[in-house]
Design a protein around this ligand. Sequence first.
Ligand SMILES: *Cc1c(COP(=O)(O)O)cnc(C)c1O
Length: 467
Amino acid sequence: MSSDRYISTRGGGEGCDFAQVLLQGLAPDGGLYVPEELPHYDAAALQSMRGLGYGELAARLLRPFVGDALGKDRLGEIVAESYAAFRHPAVTPLVQLGPNHWVLELFHGPTLAFKDVALQLLGRLLDAVLLERGQPIVVLGATSGDTGSAAIAACRHVRMAQVVMLHPEGRIAQLQRRQMTTQVGDNVHNIALQGDFDDCQRIVKSCFREQSFLPPGWQLVAVNSINWARIMAQTVYYFFAVLSLGALGYPCRFSIPTGNFGNAYAAYLAGRMGLPMEKPLLAVNSNDVLHRYLHSGRYGSPGVTPTLAPSMDIRLPSNFERLLFDLYQRDAAQLRRAVKLFGTEDQPLGDGAWQRARQIFDSASVDDEGICAAIQDLAKSASYVLDPHSAVAWEAARRQGDGDGITVILATAHPGKFPELAQRTGCAPPPAALLEELSGREERCLQLPAEEAGVRAHLEKICRNGV
Ligand SMILES: *Cc1c(COP(=O)(O)O)cnc(C)c1O
C-alpha cells in the first residue's frame, strides 16, 4: 500500500502510477482514481510545516502522491513555477472580515478563478510527463463558462499538447468568451459550436469514446474536475489556511462553495491526512442534491436549475463517488451497485454510509435571493464584495451560526467576473486590470456546425498541422 499507487473506485483493473492517472482522468472501468493509502501527518509534522511558503508547502504535501513519476527535484520546480503565475505573493491570501471570520481568496491566478489553483499545476505536470514519454495529446473539453479559460491558461504552455475548447456560440457571457478567445498560443483552439452546451458535451463525449480518427500516437486528454491531480492540488490550501492562522490547536471550520464536489472532497482528504478541523460546511445553491442527501439519506436530482452561481449548477456531483467509496469502506461492489442507480429518483445509499457522511460534513443550501442579500450585507458591513459562489458559502456559514472557533469562507472567483450581478445588487467589485485589458484584445475563434464529423475532421487537422 502506498500513496503513489492508485485504484479505481469501481474495483476494476490494476493499480496505476501517478503519470497514468494524470493522463487517463477516468479509470477504464468508469470509476475514479484514489490513492491506495493517504499519507498522515502527526502534530510534530504539522508544526514543522509552519512558515513554509505556498509553493514549498505544496511540494512537501504532494510529493507522496507523485512518487517517482517525475525526475528528481522536478516536482519542486514545477510547483514553484505554477504558483509564481499567481498575482498575490501569498498565492491564496486570507482576509479578515469579522472577529472570527476569514475569507481564503483562491482567485489570484491567471483567470481570476479558483480552478487555476489546481489547473496551473496540472498543466505543468502534464508538460513534464508528456515530454518524458514523447506522447502528443489533444486536451479537449466543452465549457459553458469558467472552466474553459482556466484549462486554456493551464495548457497553452504544454509543449506536447494542442488545446481545443468548445463552447456554444452566443450562449456564454461575453467576459467569459473573451477570457478564452483572447489567450494567445499556437496550440490554443477555441471553437464556437452552432448549438447549445449539451451539443458541445455530446460531441466531446463521442470523440473520447472513439479516438481512432486521431493520427497514430495521439491521445485525447480531459482536464475536468475528476482528474486526481486537481483534487490533490486542492488539499494544499486547507493546510495553508490552518497553518497561516496558527489554528493547529484551535477549531477551524471551512465553508465550501460546492458544485462538482472536488473542493469539498479535498477538505475531507486534508482532514484524513491529519489536518485538525471542525466539520466542513458544504455550501450549495438551489441545486441541492448533497444537502438533501445529508438530511434525508436519499440521493438523486430531478434536474438543474440555473442560478446566480452557475459554476455550482450541477445535477449529480461526479466527485461524490470518491467519498461514497470511503463511506462504503472501500467496498467497490457495493459502490458499483449504487452508482448504477444514480439518477432522478431519490435513492437510499444505506444507513451506515449516511451516518458516516453526517459525521463528516454539515450542509446548507442558499438560493439566489440569499446570494444577493449576502453580497449586500457584507458590502455594507465590511466593504468587501463577494462573487456569487463565495456568497453561497458566506451565507451558509452565517445561517449555521458561530461555532467556538474560526470560520474560513472559501472565495472561489473574483467578483469582477460577474458585472450583471454587480448591477443587480448595486455592489461594485474592486477593479481587476486583467479583466479590463480583455476588451482591447483580438479574439481568435472558429465557428463550426454542431456536427460530430466536422469537429472530428478539424481535430485531426489540428494534430497534423497544428492549425
Ligand atoms: C468550480 C467552481 C466551484 C465549485 O467547485 P467544485 O470543486 O466543483 O465543488 C465554485 N465556485 C467557482 C467559482 C467555481 O468555478
